[in-house]
Design a protein around this ligand. Structure first.
Ligand code: FMN
Ligand code: NAG
Ligand code: NAG
Ligand code: NAG
Ligand code: NAG
Ligand code: NAG
Ligand code: NAG
Ligand code: NAG
Ligand code: NAG
Length: 392
């Protein structure tokens, strides 16, 4: 599955004057922040050492070095001109963090309850299809790394491994939720929800932002050709949403909320939580970032934050990004692409990613005088710039 170079390197050693297939890696870093990553010792197609990996952007560049271009594209791609994808990455530079001095920060607590279950961190591994493109262990290493770190993992229904295989990879003290799509085949939906419940998953993230179709993701279409039918139900409406709760006893969390009006609707329908997301920019291009949607909810339906849990994702690469979403009212924050990229090293890579982000989160909390994630409120951020540009 991965581009492999060891054999060609061996041949190269024999036939020394060949233009090397596996040369020192010269990788286009896609305008990601320049933190001095030097890939000149990396070999194209080979897994770099984790010792070279200092942040989540490094992980993306390593994945770009290792994965076959079509698989890198399948993870990296987003819809149309990828304006929302870029906005997700760039919004953070438009928010300032306020740090308080004179606080005792000798004991930092990041433990977070999500739907009443205890986790060590307020960030989680979001559902993302086909982890098997990065590593044969696929979702199993994501489940196991999440379990050991005590964070939430929410596998996709479009995973490489089955619902039952992923459940079996979990630790005995581990809580996982599962994502589901709204298939037009309703018996498939009810079958899968039953299997998830049976296998021990504790909640369902129901993705509501791509009913009927997916976004047009040119970067990956160039490899795959025209997209197959999604099998998603296009006639899904408010009544069908309400009806979903009759199919399982597990709590259902609508994923892909992009407007304050839909957030309010979910509250009125009695859902325990919502998940604000633009699907990593992979569905409606030019849709707002989670930052903007959370600000809109705060202004137009603030009761949402008091009465239900709110999760959010999109472009989270730094501990400070996590903090900004928490300060805007999110209880927990998802990561989509980065865990998939980290899986090029299998479980060890995913564990390294979780550790890097945990350290950034804890360090930033100390630097801003917040010793518990539950203290992080809107006084820690300045969002005036974003509000002046985008608030509805
Ligand atoms: C490769 C890939 C596959 C995804 N598959 C799913 C999926 O099956 N179901 C779903 O609800 N969201 C899916 N998403 C969206 C993620 O759950 C998440 O919302 C998004 O990736 C967050 O943005 P980030 O990648 O910038 O962290 C996928 C995202 C990626 C990158
Ligand atoms: C990157 O590392 C190589 C090998 O150590 C070195 O020759 C080169 O100058 C470095 N490049 C930069 C920009 O630091
Ligand atoms: C600071 O907090 C730590 C951990 O809660 C506590 O043990 C310590 O006594 C505190 N220090 C002061 C000076 O209050
Ligand atoms: C969560 O952990 C806290 C201690 O950090 C404990 O008091 C509480 O009972 C735990 N809750 C659950 C649901 O396990
Ligand atoms: C579950 O146990 C493992 C050790 O086996 C630990 O590392 C992890 O943090 C625990 N999970 C939670 C949610 O505390
Ligand atoms: C619908 O889903 C059920 C249950 O998964 C499956 O047995 C059946 O073959 C599916 N029907 C079609 C038309 O795909
Ligand atoms: C769900 O089930 C309840 C009773 O179990 C019923 O009153 C309600 O009409 C059902 N809702 C839908 C949308 O099917
Ligand atoms: C997958 O991850 C394992 C470690 O879990 C690693 O040894 C291996 O090289 C990775 N790559 C493949 C192709 O499985
Ligand atoms: C928000 O946090 C700050 C800093 O810890 C605190 O002083 C303030 O009372 C909090 N405000 C609200 C409304 O909770």
């Amino acid at each position: 599955m991965l581009a492999r170079c060891s054999l060609s390197l061996f041949l190269l050693a024999l036939v020394t004057s060949l233009a090397p297939l596996c040369s020192a890696a010269d990788i286009d870093q896609e305008g990601l922040p320049d933190t001095g990553l030097n890939t000149s010792t990396w070999i194209t197609g080979q897994l770099p050492s984790l010792d070279d990996i200092w942040d989540l952007n490094d992980i993306q560049i390593a994945a770009k070095n290792v994965l076959r271009p079509r698989y890198y594209a399948s993870y990296r791609t987003a819809a149309l001109d990828e304006i929302t994808y870029q906005a997700n990455l760039n919004i953070w530079s438009q928010i300032r963090l306020n740090g308080y001095s004179f606080r005792n920060v000798s004991d930092i607590n990041t433990r977070t309850e999500i739907l009443g279950y205890n986790f060590t961190m307020p960030f989680f591994i979001a559902p993302a299809a086909q982890a098997g493109h990065a590593n044969r262990s696929a979702e199993l290493s994501l489940a196991s790394a999440a379990g050991k770190a005590g964070i939430l993992y929410v596998p996709s229904i479009s995973s490489t491994k089955s619902i039952e295989e992923i459940a079996a990879a979990g630790l005995s003290n581990q809580t996982m939720f599962h994502q589901e799509y709204i298939w037009s085949n309703q018996s498939r939906v009810s079958d899968e929800l039953q299997r998830m419940e049976q296998a021990g998953f504790k909640a369902i993230f129901l993705t509501v932002d791509n009913t009927g179709v997916n976004g047009i993701r040119t970067r990956s279409l160039r490899y795959t050709g025209a997209q197959d039918e999604t099998g998603h139900d296009a006639s899904f409406d408010l009544n069908s949403l309400a009806g979903f709760r009759n199919l399982t006893t597990l709590p259902i969390v609508p994923k892909g909320i992009k407007t304050w009006q839909d957030a309010k609707t979910c509250l009125d329908l009695g859902f325990p939580a919502i998940y604000v997301s633009n699907h990593g920019g992979r569905v409606l291009d030019t849709a707002p970032t989670a930052v903007e949607v959370l600000l809109d909810i705060r202004k137009n339906a603030p009761e949402v934050f008091d009465k239900m849990e709110v999760y959010a994702d999109g472009g989270v690469r730094r501990g400070t990004d996590v903090i900004k979403l928490l300060a805007l009212g999110a209880r927990a924050v998802g990561l989509g692409r980065t865990p998939m990229f980290a899986n090029i090293w299998g479980e060890e890579g995913v564990t390294h990613m979780i550790q890097l982000l945990s350290t950034e989160l804890q360090t930033s909390m100390q630097l801003m005088g917040a010793n518990d994630v539950s203290q992080i409120n809107s006084t820690y951020i300045n969002t005036k710039l974003v509000e002046s540009m985008w608030l509805q």
